[in-house]
Design a protein around this ligand. Structure first.
Ligand SMILES: Nc1ncnc2c1ncn2[C@@H]1O[C@H](COP(=O)(O)OP(=O)(O)OP(=O)(O)O)[C@@H](O)[C@H]1O
Ligand SMILES: [Mg+2]
Length: 259
């Protein structure tokens, strides 16, 4: 079976991209589907959230700039079937260095080509920084599907137009004609507030089936887990957040035929 590449993005900060990348990835892995998480964010939150130190030389930085292969950067995590290519602060320099290089939009795709060819993973999830710069565009250019994390809060949909227009540009300019909107993940949903419910219903009205049925609840446990370097399934497997990410993974596996 081929490898399906996903980008998790939203130029808004703190909306649950990394939490979703880690826990959706871990949930997919728990169903015996090999999954590689690529941390493309210089903040390296997915890296530390999985219990790895932020070390120089471990990221895709050199590989992207020198068009080397990425295989040697793959690390095993404490979750079976879940692997990680870590990030580090140096990744930030990719933004400026790529701007001056040729084929600057498809460099990550080239870097990941060997991984795609090897079919070692069924799913690759790329976690993006909160911007629509070079790194996020490279992630989208390398992916089959864009997953947007959307926080259930006031003005959640503001800015969605921008990311969707980047998606369209990458399709239409021929950079990645196959890229599709894979889905919108609603995060930090708070059943107790009218605002959360209102936002969720507005988003569903606009985007219909593109929105996953599962909503990720606001949960203190989800916020705590990364400070222990653990997925929610290691930290508190019976919590509402763990159950939600399991349910989301079931939807994702079905929607994208990962099994
Ligand atoms: N469902 C949730 N309930 C409670 N806290 C959450 C939830 N999801 C994420 N958080 C917390 O909110 C903060 C932002 O989440 P996260 O890092 O996943 O967002 P992000 O979109 O990746 O941020 P950035 O844009 O900085 O990369 C983190 O402290 C995280 O632990
Ligand atoms: Mg993040």
């Amino acid at each position: 079976m081929p490898t399906t590449f996903f980008t998790i993005a939203n130029q808004k900060g703190g909306v649950g991209k990394t939490t979703s990348a880690i826990n959706l990835g871990a949930a997919i892995a728990s169903k015996n589907i090999s999954c590689l998480l690529v941390d493309l964010d210089p903040q390296a939150n997915a890296t530390s959230g999985l219990g790895f130190e932020k070390e120089e030389g471990q990221s895709l930085y050199q590989a992207i700039l020198e068009e080397e292969k990425a295989d040697s950067k793959v690390r095993e995590t404490s979750t079976k079937n879940l692997f990680l290519i870590p990030s580090e602060v140096d990744m930030a320099a990719v933004e400026t260095e790529l701007a001056n290089s040729k084929n600057y939009l498809v460099r990550l795709r080239e870097t990941l080509r060997a991984i795609k060819k090897s079919k070692r993973f069924k799913a690759v999830i790329i976690d993006c920084p909160p911007s629509l710069g070079m790194l996020s565009m490279n992630a989208m250019a390398a992916s089959d599907f864009l997953l947007i994390a959307l926080q259930c809060e006031y003005l959640a949909m503001e800015g969605l137009g921008q990311i969707l227009s980047v998606l369209r540009q990458l399709q239409e300019a021929g950079v990645n004609p196959d890229l599709e909107l894979g889905g919108i993940m609603m995060t930090m949903y708070d059943v107790r507030t009218n605002l959360s419910r209102q936002v969720a219903s507005d988003v569903r009205q606009h985007f219909g089936k593109d929105v996953f049925s599962t909503m990720i609840p606001r949960s203190i446990r989800l916020g705590e887990a990364p400070s222990f370097g653990q997925t929610i399934f290691e930290y508190d497997p019976l919590s509402a957040g763990a159950i939600a990410y399991q349910e989301l993974s079931t939807e994702v596996i079905k929607r994208f035929k990962l099994k």
